[in-house]
Design a protein around this ligand. Structure first.
Ligand code: PLP
Length: 459
């Protein structure tokens, strides 16, 4: 049948890279543990598996974990036994995925019911369990994550209880909300939070320095950040699940995706290339509007510093996964946001639409959706819905699905201010103030951080 899927770097054709001994093509397992390619490119699959119309329609009526297994095994069957993958998907996807409808052609799929109440749970849980499965049995692995809030708790919860893996989550001491802090500090077991006396960038710098420190080689450091290929694959199946749950026949669909680093939208792009009949992918951004501008002008300029908006997980001025979009459309973009080769803009415009939404429009959408449909959405989801409505002003209304990426109860202040109601908390957020757990406190100093890691490693 198909050749084994291997992973290449988006920078493979950049001759500027000074690294010589980098294997250009790696297995999934290698890519998972390396994270970013040594030439600073992102890993991409050498081929995209194809599903026929019949394959896709046969997913109808299946539970989410079954759909996830059917899609993921097409990427992973050379890496892990089908039965083991099946057990993992069954274990990790044990929460609900509700679908609401706004009218008879627009739907909202809620990806906010996982352990950290954000869609990042889908990716974090698969990545954690695959790392656990693939790591050498007698070796322990140390995962380092720098977070400004949401990612850290999804990652931390995903790794909790996996033996042989220690996780340290670094966050800026004074820059996370109280709920976020509680979520990060109280995970427990093999997951320890570290409050750094600094900013998010400082946390990232400490983690980066640790990765390049050869004296920490014994710790087998692994990264769990958003560019890991292990976080891309699990963001593909829910597009299939949403589609077959709603669509009859094989009618084309539009997805609208609130986007920051574009990992979620990338999952949609890959689903389309696998055969899902997606006619348009709407990449909805907040005022970090570098991509909508690029689609219009063909010139990419990152937004620096990034703009602060209500949908704070999307305050990203240079989306990391854009390098992968460029690659899929025949271009090359590096980590710093420099275009080395232009992608096929015409082709991109055929499948992608992008628009930037203001905070005022975000708030107006939260109000409108509640007043017209009695459905509560939070700022990220609202950006996606607002972008779809803009698209419909220029195009015929059609079958469409918006993604809600976080639970409204994570934003009680905004929701109360706009709607004057308190959203009901999901189980994952109930009694959070009563949970126990303390961070370790460290200064913004690499020597101290290194000493801490070495000490903890001995224990
Ligand atoms: C991370 C995040 C996003 C953005 O997702 P990307 O894959 O980075 O584009 C959107 N909404 C929420 C709630 C998030 O946490």
């Amino acid at each position: 049948m198909n050749k084994r899927i291997l992973y290449y770097s988006t920078n493979r054709d950049l001759n500027e890279s000074k690294i010589v001994d980098f294997k250009q093509i790696v297995t999934f397992k290698e890519a998972l543990f390396i994270g970013m390619a040594p030439d600073k490119g992102l890993f991409m699959p050498s081929q995209i598996p194809q599903l026929s119309k019949k394959d896709i329609l046969s997913l109808k009526g299946k539970q989410y974990h079954e759909v996830a297994y059917e899609i993921l095994k097409r990427f992973l069957s050379d890496e892990i036994k089908d039965k083991e993958l099946k057990n993992i998907t069954k274990k990790i996807y044990d929460f609900e995925i509700p679908i609401d409808n706004l009218d008879n052609y627009t739907y909202i799929i809620r990806l906010d019911q996982g352990p950290s109440a954000s869609f990042k749970d889908f990716a974090a849980r698969l990545m954690a369990n695959l790392m656990h499965k693939f790591k050498q049995k007698n070796k322990s692995v140390t995962v380092l994550v720098a977070t400004s809030g949401d990612t850290g708790s999804a990652i931390g919860k995903a790794y909790k209880g996996l033996d042989g893996i220690k996780v340290f989550i670094l966050y800026p001491k004074s820059e996370v909300s109280l709920i976020q802090k509680k979520q990060l500090d109280t995970i427990g077991q093999n997951v320890q939070s570290i409050a750094i006396d600094g900013k998010f960038d400082d946390c990232q710098r400490l983690v980066k320095e640790a990765f390049s420190d050869s004296e920490l080689a014994n710790l087998n450091l692994a990264s769990a950040n958003s560019i890991n290929i292990g976080r891309v694959l699990p963001q593909i199946p829910y597009y299939f699940y949403a589609y077959v749950s709603i669509a009859d026949n094989f009618k084309p669909v539009i997805f609208s995706i609130p986007s920051g680093n574009f990992g979620n939208a990338l999952g949609c792009e890959i689903a389309r290339r696998m055969g899902l009949p997606i006619e348009k992918i709407i990449i909805a951004t907040n005022q970090n509007d570098e991509f909508p501008k690029f689609l219009k002008s063909g010139i990419y300029e990152k937004v620096e510093p990034s703009r602060t908006c209500l949908s704070n997980s999307m305050n990203i001025g240079n989306p990391s996964n854009l390098a992968r979009f460029f690659d899929l459309y025949g271009g090359n973009l590096d980590k710093e946001g420099i275009t080395h080769k232009k992608p096929n803009l015409k082709e991109m415009k055929k499948y992608l639409y992008s628009v930037a939404i203001s905070d005022e429009e975000t708030i107006e959408t939260i109000k409108q959706v509640y007043n017209n449909h009695k459905i509560i959405v939070e700022p990220h989801g609202a950006v996606g819905i607002a972008a779809l409505l803009k698209y419909f002003k220029e195009n015929k209304k059609a079958f469409s699905i918006c993604l809600e990426t976080a639970h409204p109860a994570k934003f009680p202040g905004i929701i109360r201010k706009v709607l004057n109601i308190y959203p009901k908390k999901p189980n994952s957020l109930i009694n959070i103030n009563k949970r126990r757990g303390e961070p370790d406190y460290l200064p913004n100093n690499y020597a101290k951080f290194k000493e801490y890691l070495l000490n903890r490693h001995k224990k």
